[in-house]
Ligand binder design. Structure first.
Ligand SMILES: C[S@@+](CC[C@H](N)C(=O)[O-])C[C@H]1O[C@@H](n2cnc3c(N)ncnc32)[C@H](O)[C@@H]1O
Length: 260
């Protein structure tokens, strides 16, 4: 199979085939979490590292004012075209989630599937959380989903997903190449295998994630006193089943609240 070495995030159309159908549980959870933990009248929402905006446009259709940023211009073009197709403002911008400021304060910021762990250093993560705190109204929420590194069992080493649109099928895989817990870094080989009636090819690159044990995440959060954990859930997205985060926790969705 021909292999192209390139940034997978340069292929939003394939990203969307693989991950685009996985939205309902996350969307329902965001709405339920807002009702349970959020401000009474949530109007504005923002997604740092919004990618294709698979959740953003759906929130837009529900009447929220939505905005997002992403480092990758191809993702932003894709996201904005889709917002426009749904008669919503093209409100996603090319930008770095390390340091950002929403034009108007927002009620909800969300980051559901590990994008936060692309922030490579503690300083970047602190700057990101400070940007979040600056952009949220008092009582506003930051809903942050990530994989923690459990210390009492082995963390996961890989995952794969697939999706299909008509005659186009995409198989995505994430395989661990190196885990360096001392330097808080995991390198994964990430690939899309693309199957079309006339051609088959593979796109691959290496992505890197900063690691967090539960304790390391708490230590990070302590550096941004404006945000506090209101509740924690896992990737089952069951609003009636909050979890207690401990040394065995792997997938977690933190509900962080901007203090009054
Ligand atoms: C796994 S995708 C997630 C996209 C989207 N949030 C979703 O839930 O489908 C990760 C995204 O993070 C973006 N990204 C990585 N580092 C970033 C940074 N420092 N600032 C903004 N976006 C970033 C990538 O370009 C990519 O679109």
């Amino acid at each position: 199979m021909e292999t192209i070495h390139g940034d997978l995030y340069d292929y939003p159309q394939y990203y969307e085939i693989v991950y685009g159908d996985d939205w309902r549980a996350e969307l329902d959870f965001l709405l339920a979490a807002l009702e349970k933990h959020g401000r009474p009248s949530t109007k504005r929402v923002f997604e740092p590292a919004c990618g294709t905006g698979r959740l953003l446009w759906r929130l837009g259709k529900k009447g929220f004012e939505v905005g997002g940023n992403d480092l990758n211009p191809k993702m932003i073009t894709y996201c904005n075209q889709r917002l426009a197709r749904h008669r919503l403002p093209k409100s996603a911008v090319v930008g770095d989630m390390t340091n950002f400021q929403c034009e108007k304060k927002v009620d909800l910021i969300f980051n559901m599937i590990n994008s936060f762990r692309h922030l490579a250093t503690e300083e970047m993560a602190v700057n990101h959380l400070q940007s979040v705190a600056r952009s949220l109204r008092k009582g506003g929420l930051y809903i942050l989903g990530l994989h923690l590194t459990p210390t009492v069992k082995s963390p996961i080493d890989g995952e794969s997903w697939s999706g299909r649109r008509g005659h186009l099928a995409v198989l995505s895989s994430l395989q661990l190449k190196e885990r360096d817990l001392k330097n808080r870094k995991e390198a994964f080989q990430m690939s899309f295998e693309v199957y079309k009636p006339t051609e088959i090819f593979r796109i691959e690159n290496e992505v890197s994630f900063r690691t967090y044990t539960a304790e390391q995440f708490s230590a990070l959060l302590a550096k941004v006193p404006a945000l506090a954990v209101a509740a924690s859930y896992d990737f089952a997205y069951e609003i009636d089943e909050p979890i207690t985060v401990d040394s065995s926790t792997e997938d977690v969705v933190f509900i962080l609240k901007k203090k009054d």
